[in-house]
Design a protein around this ligand. Structure first.
Ligand SMILES: Nc1nc2c(c(=O)[nH]1)N[C@H]1C(S)=C(S)[C@@H](COP(=O)(O)O)O[C@H]1N2
Ligand SMILES: [Mo]
Length: 511
């Protein structure tokens, strides 16, 4: 076969795919650490999440995380194809390329907070070795009919080489894909079934549990309590950190009189406070679903800070997660009487892995990115000026109180029948509470909706209004007023830098 640029690129791409697949397979072994490609994806997020501010929400969607992983594979394989196009220097270029990728891969991997350096180095070395040997072999098969000996080679031999080239490449692709596929499945299974040393939760001795008269019976309304499986998930983690509680502890240090450390057992034993709190993501658009309400059980942050003795100059609580995420909030929010917990349980069960097992912060009234650190490992008392949380240099506000917002859930359908029908939904202003909700049909007068009971002012409230729907097209709008008398801001604004404003509206056709 003639060694065309296409066949040389194909050899490069195949070798890179095999190298990556081997590195992925080997690095899958440590289920606490990221794989090589996951490490690359995580670093990509950190580098570019700020500049991609408008699509910051999108980056965190599960499908986009998958796209990021696939994109990483595609970019490396594509570059390898380009690198080995050259007729005269295919080998050299491919070698330089793999050396560069190997070096970048090494630094990207070892700088991850959860990296296992030994596993990473071995994975990269074996991967690069396999890729290099395969490339050499493919190039020689590709080449042997294109040398000065061309004229004396029999047509049958050239055909044989082409067959062998395709056979080796094909077998490499299939076995590499098979290995990495099996590794992924095994890894997923191992992560899911890893035993967690769960402690029985103590009976709550303070706080308020839900016995509120809710509007849950209204068809289509958001239930007052969000079940754990339906709770929105937002984080920068490509792999959910699986914390081994035997290795884990929570440290409270920095500007304190007595640095403290809690084991999981100690934390659970003291987790006797239960509070219902609604948390929300700053990336929640008006009417969006990046918001949820749960019953959290844990230790008041104030209790722990009192034990540690916070210095008067410590104006910031800077929380760290096991995977390197950080969030900073004013120290006063832990002490001003609002609900602020180190939570170990959610709706009566230990925190699900996705929501921060073994411990996380839950602070009423602040968006998650400045307060709700999951997989919590450290609370550092510092000054407001000394440190900026993960999202601050990426263009989001340092102070981020949750804005008053409200959402229409019902009617769910865009076409409904005429007659009396409920218009219903939720409204929130955590830590202040909702006083009133009003609904306007077709820009008509604001009509006051009924409010369901809420456990406390840290949660959303469900609202409902009976509407005599008449045939035609209608526009429903909602607006909330908090307990301080502040009316929801109606100016349509998107989420960056400190949360969306505007009124949620819904168009329906009544027949
Ligand atoms: N470790 C860690 N904690 C984190 C984040 C993160 O990226 N990493 N994201 C925060 C953000 S932006 C939000 S909105 C909440 C979401 O919590 P949830 O996934 O339990 O709903 O977690 C916060 N805690
Ligand atoms: Mo968020």
């Amino acid at each position: 076969m003639a060694a065309t640029p296409a066949s040389r690129s194909f050899a490069g791409a195949t070798s890179a795919f095999a190298a990556l697949a081997v590195a992925e397979t080997v690095s899958s072994v440590d289920t606490q650490a990221p794989t090589i490609v996951e490490a690359a994806g995580l670093t990509f997020i950190e580098q570019f999440a700020g500049t991609l501010k408008d699509v910051a929400v999108a980056i965190f969607g599960i499908h986009h995380k998958t796209a990021l992983i696939i994109g990483t594979w595609a970019v490396i394989i594509g570059l390898a194809a380009l690198a080995s196009r050259s007729a005269a220097h295919s080998r050299q270029h491919f070698t330089i390329f793999t050396a560069a990728i190997g070096l970048i891969g090494f630094f990207v991997y070892v700088t991850r907070p959860l990296a296992n350096t030994t596993v990473g180095v071995i994975a990269l070395a074996i991967g690069l070795g396999v890729g290099s040997i395969l490339h050499r072999h493919l190039v020689s098969l590709n080449h042997s009919d294109h040398t000065e000996h061309d004229d004396i080679e029999m047509p049958g031999a050239a055909l044989g080489n082409r067959r062998r080239f395709m056979a080796v490449a094909g077998a490499s692709i299939v076995s590499a894909a098979g290995a990495v596929g099996v590794a992924k499945v095994v890894r997923r299974g191992a992560i899911a079934s890893a035993p967690q040393a769960l402690q029985p939760l103590p009976a709550p001795t303070s706080g308020t549990t839900v016995d509120a008269a809710t509007f849950d019976s209204i068809d289509g309304i958001t239930p007052y309590i969000t079940p754990n499986d339906n709770f929105y998930r937002i984080d920068t983690a490509l792999v959910v950190p699986k914390v081994d509680t035997d290795q884990w502890s929570l440290t409270i240090d920095g500007m304190v009189n007595t640095p403290l450390s809690f084991t999981y057992e100690e934390l659970i034993e003291q987790s006797t406070t239960v509070e219902t709190v609604t948390i929300a993501c700053v990336s929640n658009e008006v009417g969006g679903d990046l918001v949820g309400n749960a019953e959290w059980q844990g230790i008041p942050l104030s209790t722990v800070l009192e034990q540690a003795g916070v210095n008067a100059e410590a104006t910031q609580i800077f929380s760290h997660s096991v995977d390197g995420f950080t969030a900073g909030m004013p120290t006063e929010v832990a002490l001003d009487g609002r609900t602020a917990l180190i939570a170990t349980a959610m709706n009566g069960s230990p925190l699900p892995t996705r929501h921060g097992f073994p411990a996380r912060l839950i602070v009423s009234g602040l968006y998650g990115y400045v307060s709700a650190t999951k997989w919590l490992s450290r609370l550092e008392l510092t000054t407001w000026e000394a440190a900026d949380g993960y999202w601050i240099p990426r263009g989001w506000s340092k102070e981020a109180p949750i804005k008053i917002t409200s959402r229409i859930d019902v009617p769910q359908r865009t076409t409904i029948s005429a007659g009396l029908t409920p218009v219903a939904g939720i409204a929130l202003s955590p830590s202040v509470g909702i006083a009133e909700v009003h609904v306007s049909i077709d820009d008509g007068p604001w009509q006051r909706a009924d409010l369901a009971d809420a456990t406390n002012d840290n949660t959303w409230v469900q609202w409902s209004l009976g509407w005599e729907a008449t045939p035609g097209d209608h526009n429903i709008r909602v607006r909330a007023t908090d307990r301080n008398g502040v009316v929801q801001d109606g100016t349509p604004r998107s989420v960056a830098p400190d949360g969306a404003t505007g009124y949620h509206q819904r168009r329906v056709t009544v027949r």
